[in-house]
Design a protein around this ligand. Structure first.
Ligand code: COI
Length: 354
């Protein structure tokens, strides 16, 4: 793919790597490509980061034909820059786009575009411990028309920002509220896709949770509000009596790259991982009878995030004395060890940007 490069005159000042937070400082450039029904994908370019102009009748602003992805670039101690399983993000975006009637962005072009932008922005990949360059590919309809229909033109873009921990708690346990009224996804819907609409619908739950002092919401299945599904910004896993439980990928839960990687590693270590429906009642029971040993979330932004407290209606369960669990810590160290190049990548998951 030929990528046109438009240089900017003045580069931005880089933020303090010790205070990055999440998603606040955008880099100097962005990748852009356009799609039309007549011509397909065209005009790949890396241009100065800048606002984009949209017609007020742009389909996306009204009917939310939009999908996105999230991955990271990591700087190793030797100064190399590597990505983590970028092809999984590329494939997931294709799956999301199929559901939203949007054109697929080919896997090889996706990985090439990510690599090209990260290469241009290599000085933005931070080196402080536990920091990385968050990469946000996204696609949206650009056609202007108010009838609800499959749009005939789209933009694929990638922006980047150096980040630290997603949660203010960092690697310390977070408090999670189980939402038993609002729902995030139902079978046949868009729950398995990474589309903006899923997140828009989840914000009210998050606001409710935050008012009560919780960081995030644990969503239950949309039909019976009985089975645990995901935490909106991460998948979630439970260690109960030595075995791992996590919701199956059956149309309502996002197929997380970190989720998949953790299942792989856990099985490699000899753990039984049950990708099965787990009811909130059984989970709370396990919390009371002492068999619930650890809970952790998995996600690109969240990495591995221990959960120290779970509240469901009037009941509260404190997990592992509100301390990070042994297995959670080992998974965190292993995953981040591979990502930052401190441990051997025996699964072949990292991709160097050269
Ligand atoms: C990610 O983990 O990359 C996400 O996209 C989650 C969130 C920040 C929306």
């Amino acid at each position: 793919m030929e990528i046109r490069f438009e240089k900017r005159d003045v580069l931005k000042e880089k933020p303090d790597q010790k205070n990055l937070g999440f998603g606040k400082y955008m880099t100097d450039y962005m990748f852009v490509m356009d799609w039309t029904k007549e011509e397909g994908w065209k005009d790949a370019r890396i241009v100065p980061y800048a606002p984009i102009t949209l017609d007020p009748a742009c389909v996306t602003l009204h009917y939310a034909q939009e999908t996105f992805e999230g991955l990271k670039a990591y700087r190793t101690d030797e100064g190399k820059i590597q990505l983590f399983r970028p092809e999984m993000n590329a494939r997931r975006m294709i799956t999301s786009n199929e559901r939203l009637c949007m054109p697929g962005f080919p896997e090889d072009m996706f990985v090439e575009a990510v690599k090209a932008l990260v290469k241009v922005e290599q000085d933005w990949v931070p080196s402080e411990p536990e920091t990385s360059l968050y990469i946000r590919p996204f696609m949206f309809a650009t056609e202007s028309a108010l009838g609800v229909h499959m749009a005939t033109s789209y933009k694929f873009m990638i922006i980047c920002c150096p980040v630290g921990a997603y949660y203010a708690e960092g690697i310390n346990p977070v408090r999670i509220l189980v939402e038993d009224e609002l729902v995030r996804a139902v079978k046949g819907g868009t729950g398995f896709t990474k589309c903006g609409g899923n997140y828009a619908g989840s914000i009210l739950g998050q606001v409710k949770a935050e008012k009560l002092g919780y960081s995030q919401v644990l969503w239950l299945d949309g039909e019976q509000r009985k089975y645990v599904e995901e935490v909106g910004t991460m998948n979630i896993m439970f260690k109960i009596a030595g075995e791992i439980y996590t919701a199956p990928i059956e149309g309502t839960v996002l197929a997380g790259v970190t989720r998949d990687s953790m299942i792989h590693i856990l099985r490699d270590w000899g753990y039984t991982v049950n990708e099965t429906r787990l009811s909130i009642d059984d989970l709370m029971k396990a919390g009371c009878d002492g068999t619930l040993e650890e809970i952790f979330g998995t996600g690109t932004a969240a990495v591995i995030s221990p959960v120290g407290e779970l509240r469901y209606r009037e009941d509260t369960v404190i997990v592992n004395d509100f301390k990070i669990g042994e297995l959670t810590r080992k998974l965190y160290d292993t995953l981040t060890g591979i990502q930052w190049g401190k441990l051997e990548d025996k699964y072949g998951w990292t991709v160097e940007v050269k």
